[in-house]
Design a protein around this ligand. Sequence first.
Ligand code: URP
Ligand code: ZN
Ligand code: ZN
Length: 481
Amino acid sequence: MALDLVIRGGTLATAERTFRADVGIEGERIAALGEGLSAMRVIDASGKLVLPGGVDSHCHIEQLSSMGVMTADDFYSATVSAAYGGTTTVIPFCAQHRSDDLRKVLADYHERARTKAVIDYGFHLIIANPDGPTLREHLPAAIGSGIRSLKIFMTYERTRLTDEQILDVMAAARRHGALVMVHAENHGVISWLAGRMVKQGNTLPRYHGICHTRGAETEAIQRVVALAELVDCPILIVHVSTGDGIEAIRQARARGLKVFGETCPQYLLLTAKDIDIGMQGAFFCCSPPPRDEQAQEACWRGLKDGTLHVYSSDHAPYGREGKLPKGESTTFKEMANGVPGLELRLPLLYTYGVGAKRISLPEFVNLTATRHAQTYGLYPRKGVIAVGSDADIAIWDPQKSVVVEQTHDRTGYTPYRGRRLQGWPVTVLSRGEMIVEDGKLAAARGRGQFLAREPSEALRPLGRDVPEMAQLKAWETPLQL
Ligand code: URP
Ligand code: ZN
Ligand code: ZN
């Protein structure tokens, strides 16, 4: 077999095991795994870990937020930052706002990404305008084009849906074969509290955390689970931050429901104390907010026992203009929500998870790559080192120690500044091409490709009989997957 490139002598990991092997690459794919492979080009990986490139299934890139603020990153800066951190696939959001035509929104996002992305990408939709044309025509067409997931919001004035609209979207997603991702926070609780806080002059960033109560998350998760159960629609609750929220997912799963969970670095590593530092706390504000040490432990447990299915960044990059648009007089209601995380997602989990012996290396691979690819219809093309898969590979130096300073995104800060991380992806390949070589970028703008995704097992409805639904004449039959 004529191989173009061999990665020689490293320790490989999949979601199941670690083992010693060379990786043989032909063109864009992995062509062989074994001992003693040879080719004209060889990368010496002795003493290194050879892992699947990360798949980040929750990030916001060149997107208008739910509050109408544009992210600091475009598809170039975000994907460069991802590549530096060992991530080779992203699935950002294509966001429909209230009066938007989904077809136009989708065409715009394709155009933005096509000319800039340096790694491969898919899209999730955000549905904020579930009117007749969207649900009957535009959404099915988008799903058919390989966009097999969509996000709905239960909070934020400009994007939230009513329970009736959520049921409409779930019914359409079930019928046409898309996974529904949910931002689950009770809007009434947050806006009622926030209105009163601002009136009495409590406007510092710390009040953002106080208004986004733990109970607001738990209630919304329980409610959306009930909605999903009624219409037999699998759901994935994104950015879960509380022990009670995780417990609600655990209970739903124990009843056999297809309810998946996701958490992010900020819920494992930050707390409300990070926000409680005056106006600079704005740079740590995200929704839901980081909580306390107990909640962090609950998130680690949830990842370990599988209640939390994937670990994503929720990269929502905003610089000073987004975070403090009115300078020191900005209220917490006016700050853009979100923190950057694309680049450090993997190194943080490696240090605080694998290094601290909270999770094993195969669990790390599963949580950062394999499960994302499986859940979102990219497996086995992405998320695994196997013969036939895309040669998306990160070579890690477990001895490399890095004190975090600045990352390569355009926010100008990182919430993890000053932390010492042990273990770093030094060389990164995307479809067989070296895009980071010994810590230096080697990727051309626009080389990333759009990934049309397949329907995955995760989005297949249970097919349970729901007696109430049997009374409905026009109840939809799910797509036969
Ligand atoms: O605060 C956050 N998480 N901002 C990004 C948008 C979202 O809700 O995921
Ligand atoms: Zn969200
Ligand atoms: Zn998000």
